[in-house]
Design a protein around this ligand. Structure first.
Ligand SMILES: [Zn+2]
Length: 274
């Protein structure tokens, strides 16, 4: 039998039983077991791992473990460029396009509001998500660690938080999203770019009061929805005080985006009364 010593770092410990967290432990490995096989046998999806040091040297997932080996396993270091050290996959996890599993619709919407291309459909099967991620180079977002163990998925994030707003915060911190966010550049329904349209064109499609009050409008060419430009309403509420409230109520409930490092912003879909 082969035995090796493992030490997992940072949030990778969340996947381990309490007695193995934040300390070295030795365990038996199957004969000819690889690094990937053992890491996943211990409960950690390989997509969570960015760097494996085996006896102090960076190695890939396919490296076979020998008796007496010592492994140090690290999660993603998005704030720190460790690309010269990386062996587990060809590129660090910096491609910021996502595919969310069927339970993360709220998070998918918030990511789209932040401008991140995020595929989501509550009918997606696990196999379909894995195929999409592999073919389109997308990061899989899920709370299902079995999904992340699929071999064809190279980039994935296990989402720890339960509430969409906290899930968004978790991803912002973990993947350093603030630098690449482009709020209100995508339609949250279609995941396609929004375009600015002229106030004249917008006024033919929105309630007269909205057309009179605002001059910055965006439209999705796919679903034809018209939206108020990102900051227009927030500014109006601030400058007009409570008198803006009845107007806001007529336009519809706001979608609220609270992302770390950014002020609270609003975007509203405007519909002509039926
Ligand atoms: Zn749309």
């Amino acid at each position: 039998m082969t035995s090796a010593t493992f030490r997992f770092y940072e949030e990778l410990n969340d996947f381990l039983p309490a007695e193995r967290r934040r300390q070295s432990f030795t365990c038996e490995c199957a004969r000819a077991a690889t690094v990937k096989h053992m890491i996943e046998a211990l409960g950690i999806p390989h997509t969570e791992v960015e760097l494996v040091l085996l006896n102090g040297e960076s190695v890939g997932f396919e490296r076979v473990i020998f008796d007496g080996d010592r492994l140090a396993v690290y999660p993603k270091f998005e704030a720190l460029d460790i690309s010269p050290l990386l062996k587990v996959r060809a590129q660090p996890l910096r491609v910021l396009r996502f595919v969310a599993d069927a339970h993360l619709g709220g998070l998918a919407n918030l990511l789209r509001m932040s401008g991140f291309d995020t595929l989501y459909d509550n009918g997606f099967e696990d196999g379909e998500i894995a195929e999409i991620a592999a073919q389109q180079g997308r990061i899989v977002l899920t709370r299902d660690r079995e999904l992340l163990k699929r071999r064809i998925i190279s980039h994935g994030c296990y989402v720890h938080a339960l509430k969409p707003s906290l899930q968004l915060r978790e991803l912002y911190e973990r993947l350093d999203l603030a630098r690449s966010a482009r709020p209100f550049s995508l339609c949250i329904h279609c995941n396609l770019p929004l375009h600015e349209i002229s106030p004249e064109l917008a006024r033919s499609q929105v309630p007269p009061l909205v057309g009179a009050l605002y001059s910055h409008f965006l439209r999705c060419d796919a679903c034809q929805r018209v939206l108020l430009g990102g900051f227009a309403l927030a500014r109006h509420v601030c400058t007009a005080g409570t008198s803006a409230v009845p107007i806001a109520e007529r336009i519809g409930p706001p979608l609220r985006l609270e992302a770390p490092h950014q002020p609270v912003q609003f975007i509203r879909e405007v519909r002509k009364p039926a």
